[in-house]
Structure formats: C-alpha cells, structure tokens
Ligand binder design. Sequence first.
Ligand SMILES: [Ca+2]
Ligand SMILES: [Ca+2]
Length: 120
Amino acid sequence: MKKKTVFLSIFISMVAAVVMMSMLPAVTAATGYIRGDANGDDKVDIADATTIQMLIAQMTTDADGSIAKRGDVDGNGLDVADVTKIQRYLVEAENESHIGERVNEQVPTRDEYELPFIPC
Ligand SMILES: [Ca+2]
Ligand SMILES: [Ca+2]
C-alpha cells in the first residue's frame, strides 16, 4: 500500500513538472543577423568574403537576397568594397562598419528586398 502511494506521488509530481514546463514561454532563436555574415553561419570569417566574391562573379546565386543584405556592411549595396571591409575587419585593421555586430532586423525575403545592381 505504501509503495503505491509513493509511486502515485512521484507520478503526480512528474505530471505537474511536465505541465509547468509546457507553460513556460518558448525560448526563441536570436533574431536578426550578424553584419558581414554573408553566408549566414553566425560568424564573420573569410568564407563570407569568398561568398560575396562568388556572388559578384556570378559563380553563385542569391535567390532570396540574404547574401546581399547580410554582406552589405556599409549599407550602400553589395560590392567589392564590402569584401575589402570584411577582410580588413578580419585582420583587425578596421571596423567602422560594425562588422560582426548583430543587426536586429530580419533578413528580408526575396519579395521584400531588391537586389542591388552588380556591374559585370
Ligand atoms: Ca559567416
Ligand atoms: Ca556595401
């Protein structure tokens, strides 16, 4: 009889814990993006400069405009100057564009963002 009471008590405690956990607000992922993180892996490194170079050279596509948005570190459209600024940031020569800092806005969808003109 006593074992049943202990078991029941443990069971009720576990159910209560599960119910309480389900009532907690869901932890949401960080919003926004990191300025200069062209490839979207949450860090700024040489792969981001390469991603931008590949886009400029039309060796890759940017269907949703996310590379252009995240890689445009100075806000004037994506171009080779963004690559240079990221490279200078990586060697700690400059960071006037706040590369590596989180931008609290969503990367736009393709419909929300017009790709900058990239001369060939
Ligand atoms: Ca990156
Ligand atoms: Ca730019």
